[in-house]
Design a protein around this ligand. Sequence first.
Ligand SMILES: *Cc1c(COP(=O)(O)O)cnc(C)c1O
Length: 354
Amino acid sequence: MSQSPYWSPVVRSLTPYVPGEQPKLANLIKLNTNENPYPPSPAAIAAAQAAAGNDLRLYPDPDATALKQAIGEHYGVPPEHVFVGNGSDEVLAHVFLGLLKHPKPILFPDVTYSFYPVYCKLYGIDYRTVPLTETFSIRVQDYVQPNGGIIFPNPNAPTGRLLAVREIEQLAAVNQDSVVVIDEAYIDFGGESAVALTAHLPNLLVIQTLSKSRSLAGLRVGFAIGDLALIEGLERVKNSFNSYPLDRVAIAAASAAMADRAHLEKNCRAVMATRDALSARLETLGLEVLPSAANFIFARHPAHDAAQMAAELRRRHIIVRHFPLPRIEQFLRITVGTDEQCESLLAALRELVG
Ligand SMILES: *Cc1c(COP(=O)(O)O)cnc(C)c1O
């Protein structure tokens, strides 16, 4: 659609994020948006059902106290050090406005979550990208330079590569004049969280989501953990935007999901086992696979074009994600599905590259 004279200048200047396709077709093998192939905790579903009653005529708790308590208990932090939002994308939006909008440009990797530059545009934040190494790793020394803040996912997206928590500690310790934000959307799939470091690093903020490891992408719940002053800054933004970002169903179900540690662990173990087996078998098909600590795999074939492979897979009813972006245009990002889904993917790839 063409531009409208009713649009504000801000809207005219935006370049919105394009989410992965949510196809209307049935029978597709959907390996494109890093959803979890396994169901959420039964306790979370029961809590959602119990919350879907007459009480929905009432506003929810604007502070989502029960959920902050459940998250605090999971990580051994006081609930006042927890901020919650409508998906971690909303938490991130408040972080960009409330903690990363400063006169100096912020820093993030050249290959990373493509929502970050979108938020910069929305809020008028200047940024500089820092190139990943040849092997697509983050080198923390490269971030030791003047900045208005630093943000990256760990493990990084869409590469899946993990950074040791000790390196994050070193970076936050030498970067005390601005905030270091670690987006841990995929940390439960084998990485070590930086949450414990927030107790002694007042400039470190850790963000997580229930969308991936807890199989609740449809519920829209994310959170941040950090020093009291950082959390208070986020609450000021939230209470200037929407006092009730989480509804009653979401608060109840997310609290139950956070309390069900056994389900989380069982689920993540299954995804990790499938991931490691899939990585090995992709390599036997001649693909180059980056080491992944996430629930997806980032891989390329030296002799087959990634966009073409994605199109061929789609013809076979398998959808994966391809980013036509510098440095990664020959990669495919493949979400780890069930063992059965991965077998179908491997069979299709064998036909394509065989
Ligand atoms: C999926 C993802 C998010 C968004 O998660 P939601 O909580 O579903 O909004 C944030 N950051 C990264 C790196 C992600 O991959």
